[in-house]
Design a protein around this ligand. Structure first.
Ligand code: NI
Ligand code: MN
Length: 224
């Protein structure tokens, strides 16, 4: 079964199997490169890798308009609970949440996480199993050796890897990450959005891994 992967720009995605749609890190308002508006997105779930505003983004509006379920770490779910949201699936690294489309597992990520002046728990990567496809969103992170273990355990078909430098890996370290994870396809993310970040994916060339660069707004149908 194919799934459709839509890149929202920056670190944002929509994954859909035709029945269920999962949004990840929907940073649209304030992202000049984004092609979607929050009201364009229909979904059942919104998953967040961490609390930073360039990931939390339009979560509240999107969840509200879709009556969607939130998947994220304990602290972010608590925060959204206080904000009046009730469909919450909290987790933390190492854990897996079973869903009607498959599952979402939390990995660690070497980064920080805060929102609205508040500590938001561990930053994470997310491994999403939908249909016959496994998609590893690394979140914002530096390089770490356990990416190899994450690759061995979850065997992702696709990995979305941050390469914009400064707050995450650059293209060279991102290439090393892809070589450790060994997905079939690697998608570079978290670049070009701001002047502070690398402006293109030049140098992202992992050995033995196909690179698929998606433009903001682009949808790609993946056949496993
Ligand atoms: Ni961040
Ligand atoms: Mn970020």
């Amino acid at each position: 079964m194919a799934i459709e992967i839509t890149f929202l720009g920056h670190a944002g995605f929509v994954l859909s199997d035709g029945r269920t749609a999962l949004v990840i890190d929907p940073f649209l308002s304030g992202n000049e490169l984004a092609k979607h508006r929050p009201e364009d997105l229909s979904c059942d779930y919104v998953a967040l890798t961490h609390g930073h505003p360039d990931h939390f983004g339009d979560t509240e509006a999107i969840v509200r308009q879709n009556d969607a379920t939130i998947i994220s770490v304990f602290e972010i779910c608590n925060y959204l609970g206080e904000r009046g949201f009730s469909k919450l699936e909290p987790g933390n690294p190492g854990g897996t949440i079973r869903t009607d489309f498959g599952w979402v597992a939390f990995t660690h990520a070497f980064h920080s996480s805060s929102y609205d002046g508040r500590y938001m728990g561990m930053p994470t990567g997310l491994v999403v199993r939908m249909g016959d496809t496994t998609f590893y969103h690394c979140g914002d992170t530096g390089l770490f050796g356990d990416m190899q273990l994450i690759g061995e355990i979850y065997k992702p078909d696709i990995a979305a890897i941050p390469i914009g430098d400064r707050f995450t890996m650059d293209a060279e370290l991102g290439s090393k990450a892809a070589e450790l994870i060994k997905p079939r396809v690697a998608i570079p993310i978290h670049y070009k959005t701001f002047p502070m970040l690398a402006q293109d994916a030049t140098g992202f060339a992992p050995k033995g891994v196909e690179v698929k660069e998606l433009a903001p707004g682009e949808a790609w149908r993946y056949e496993p």
